[in-house]
Design a protein. Structure first.
Lengths: 528, 326
């Protein structure tokens, strides 16, 4: 009759927990509640993208800033859900960082744009030609008076004057035209900027000093070009800065396709976004169109004019279209962003990593291969060197690897490539505790003790060393966890679990097998 | 089966030679550090690293030569780009690295897209018929300057904190002399390995920092097992000369030291040989760590304990000092 033993119970629990969490990996048709506990693979193994975003809360009050990050997370999550990513992970890191992980996403440019995109939608009235002329003249005058604040323009101005002197031909820069208007030229409708000057104009538009040079009540905005990289001239609009309607007035945005028979070349056969306004917005829209018949109304997204159609008559019903030579993907993304609302505080990516699915699959393959070879060699060695003792150790070693995978699953941690490296190294280190014990037992046997007492003495004397040796590795693993991110944490976690598992295996599991099966009765020898 | 049974190697007697070897290795490492410096990866310098597979779908298209790619990147504003082949030349897979610190063109959030554009526009034949995002680009990392410098500080801090915690733990468990000498042996290992990385020009990535910390934990483990035995033996054999007792302790634990180092080395080696390109340098660092960690545990740490206690204590007091109850 055997006594109840805590050791026996802990071994049973150890085996059951391991089996429970490993089953979903091996058995395909488990019930849902069980199968959902399946080991997750990290991005470096599965492929996908990871972006660390930094939220700039400097413009917000301390109270708003706290909420802003969480609000941003909510909006980003909504956008990603609509984009359709399986198992995305969006986490807050520290005070103002957000980690977004999108497994399996291969079109990373689209995904990144979707996350980063702000969509400040505004409707603004375009200035009449004479108003626009006045605005530009004022800007020229203001800039001429403060040329030293605009080094880029000052240089240009100097260059212009030199040309004038050189050629003695005053016509190249018409009298009265300032350095700013020399960058733009009259176009079909309004003004245009040639491709060479687009960058400079963009920089100026973002410059706060330049904004001061623009007379109050007005603003300048470039029109959208076909694609971000295309080298074409772009229209420049002078707009009334009053926001007639904004994204807040929007109730729904959706993508539609213009019929091929449409007379409007902007939408014929092309995707566009049709927007519906809330009741209040529709009323405002009606009012604006009523007051500005004959003028043009600019649809502005993030300070870029998407289109500026002529208002032919009062428009009731609160429907409008955003056209802008979109690809259907761009239109889809824009609709998502318009529907999910704007980020509360601007974000910028602090780091991005993209891992192709092929690389991930290769990593799993080579990682498992390395692990398997390492495991087989170590097991073979232990078997040869310690015979029965080695056999028991090998048995425990396999359990230990299973235990690491099971615990990762239980904690909902992900298995990363460094994590696999951690498991492989653990295989090498895990036998250490057993080696310490076995070597001690051998020494005791050499002194002529019986297997039973040699075993007891060996375990007793080796246990403290096992603790000492493992605690230091544990300290290193914890430091690693604290400082590391992503995959490195995965390594720290597997290392930690591996150390704990190997100590349990050596001091409890292997010992029990020894006590129960190997050193039975009055056997005189021990196969070690 | 038994190896190294009842060995009686005079490790203590060999200590002068060991010290000379160690000093030479450390000096080489330090010189390497000062002369060549460390090759920090973009994790720390910030910048962009991209691995691209440029093998054309159409097999009649000749593979891109590394110089072609270099010229194209140079002409498009990235003269400092480092380009390497990954795998065999026929695979036409390249690793392109642009580090912010060296690049005149400031690396920004769009640099990776610019590089992709450059590649697709200049090598249309090689990209034709393949999905750029899925097939051509194997991986891309882009690290902003803030994250990079933070990481550098954090990782140095992590190594230092780990070392301090080790001293505290060993001090708590052993006499301070043991603790300090264990750390000296550890610093010895870390300096040599970092030195080897400096001399070979291998990159210091986050993974290498992780490897260094693992080595810190591992190497001290070996040392502690020997120290444990030394303390135990010193208590039992108070009358005998310290150096004799310590030498016996090293011999008694030798088979364990060699076996554990051996199994760990086997797994690290297996990782190095079969673990794929991503883990290659990591496994290399661990292999070095296991090797030097074992060497320093056997030849440096315990021998330093002997020399230090001999310098500070008389023989009889020395035993008392080292076995003081904590």
């Amino acid at each position: 009759m055997k006594k109840f033993s805590w050791r026996g119970l802990s071994i049973i629990i150890f085996i059951c927990v391991t089996a429970f969490y490993l089953a979903p990996l091996a058995i395909p048709n488990l019930p849902e509640w069980w199968a959902q506990h399946k080991l997750k693979l990290g991005l470096d193994l599965k492929g996908g993208m990871q972006i660390l975003l930094e939220v700039d809360t400097s413009a917000l009050s301390a109270a708003d800033a706290r909420g802003a990050v969480d609000q941003n997370i909510k909006i980003i999550r909504e956008r990603i859900d609509q984009f359709g990513v399986a198992e995305p992970s969006i986490q807050k890191l520290g005070e103002n960082r957000i980690m977004v992980q999108l497994p399996g996403v291969s079109d990373f440019q689209a995904a990144e744009n979707l996350i980063k995109q702000t969509a400040m939608l505004e409707f603004k009235v375009v200035a009449q030609p004479d108003e626009a002329k006045r605005v530009l003249d004022t800007i020229d005058a203001n800039i001429n008076a403060n040329l030293s604040f605009f080094p880029a323009l000052a240089e240009l101005d100097k260059l212009d004057k030199e040309i004038v002197v050189d050629t003695l031909n005053a016509d190249t820069t018409p009298a009265g035209q300032g350095v700013f208007s020399s960058l733009i030229r009259p176009g079909e409708m309004g003004y245009e900027v040639s491709w060479d000057n687009v960058r400079l104009i963009n920089e100026l538009l973002a410059d706060s000093l330049f904004k001061q040079a623009v007379p109050a009540g007005w603003q300048l905005a470039l029109e959208r070009s076909e694609t971000a990289t295309s080298r074409e001239d772009r229209a420049l609009h002078v707009l009334s800065s009053a926001v007639e309607l904004s994204g807040a007035d929007l109730s729904r945005a959706k993508v539609e396709y213009g019929s091929s028979t449409s007379t409007d070349p902007r939408i014929a056969n092309k995707p566009y976004i049709s927007i519906e306004m809330k009741r209040e917005g529709a009323r405002k829209f009606e009012q604006v169109t009523n007051d500005n018949v004959g003028k043009r109304l600019a649809i502005v997204l993030d300070d870029v004019v998407y289109s500026a159609p002529n208002i032919q008559e009062r428009i009731a019903g609160g429907r409008a279209q955003i056209t802008g030579r979109f690809t259907s993907q761009e239109a889809n993304e824009l609709a998502i962003v318009l529907n999910t609302g704007n980020l509360i505080a601007p974000i910028s990516p602090a780091s991005t990593s993209i891992i192709g699915a092929t690389l991930g699959a290769d990593s799993i393959k080579s990682g498992s291969m390395a692990g398997l070879i390492g495991l087989i060699v170590v097991m073979f060695f232990m078997l040869v060197y310690y015979k029965v003792g080695g056999f028991v150790t090998d048995f425990a070693l396999i359990f230990n690897v299973g235990f690491i995978l099971a615990m990762l699953t239980a904690f909902g941690a992900t298995l990363t490539l460094p994590g696999i490296a951690g498991i492989i190294l653990t295989i090498g280190m895990a036998v250490d505790a057993n080696v310490l014990v076995f070597e001690r037992i051998r020494e005791e046997l050499d002194q002529g003790k019986t297997p039973r007492s040699a075993c007891d003495a060996g375990y007793k004397r080796a246990t403290i060393t096992v603790w000492d040796a493992n605690i230091t590795t544990l300290i290193a693993a914890i430091v690693l966890y604290q400082f590391g991110t992503g995959p490195i944490r995965g390594f720290a976690v597997t290392l930690t679990i591996g150390i704990i598992g190997s100590m349990f295996c050596a001091l409890v599991f292997v010992r029990s097998i020894f006590d129960t099966f190997i050193i039975t009765g009055t056997k005189k020898t021990l196969s070690l | 089966m038994r190896l190294m049974q009842n060995t009686n190697i005079n490790f203590v007697g060999m200590r002068k030679i060991a010290y000379v070897i160690s000093v030479i290795l450390i000096l080489a490492g330090v010189v390497g550090l000062f002369v060549r410096g460390l090759n920090w990866s973009i994790d720390f310098t910030s910048g962009v690293a991209a691995k691209v597979d440029m093998k054309a779908a159409d097999s009649s298209v000749p593979p891109i030569m590394i110089d072609e790619l270099r010229t194209v990147l140079k002409n498009n504003g990235f003269p400092e780009a480092e380009i390497q082949h990954v795998g065999p030349v026929d695979d036409a897979t390249f690793m392109i690295k642009i580090k912010s610190a060296e690049s005149k063109a400031e690396v920004s959030g769009d640099t990776k897209n610019v590089i992709i554009d450059i590649i697709t526009q200049n090598f249309p034949k090689h990209v034709e018929g393949r999905d750029v995002n899925r097939d051509v680009i194997e991986e891309i990392y882009e690290v902003g300057p803030k994250v990079g410098s933070e990481l550098r500080t954090n990782s140095m801090l992590a190594v230092v904190i780990a070392l301090i915690l080790m001293i505290v733990y060993i001090w708590f468990r052993f006499e301070l002399t043991f603790g300090l000498m264990a750390i000296a042996a550890l610093a010895h290992d870390v300096i040599i390995i970092v030195g080897i990385f400096a001399l070979t020009g291998k990159e210091i990535t986050i993974q290498i920092i992780a490897a260094l910390l693992t080595i810190v934990g591992y190497s001290i483990n070996d040392t502690i097992v020997i120290f444990d035995r030394i303390r135990e033996d010193l208590k039992l054999r108070r009358k005998e000369p310290i150096s004799q007792v310590i030498n016996d302790s090293i011999n008694e634990t030798l088979s364990r030291t060699v076996i554990t180092s051996g199994t760990t080395f086997i797994t690290a080696l297996s990782l190095y040989l079969f673990g794929g390109t991503v883990l290659n340098d990591f496994a290399f660092a661990i292999c070095l760590g296991v090797f030097f960690g074992t060497y320093s545990s056997i030849f440096v740490a315990s021998n330093l304990v002997i020399d230090i206690t001999k310098a500070t204590h008389k023989e009889k007091q020395a035993v008392q000092h080292l076995t003081r109850r904590k």
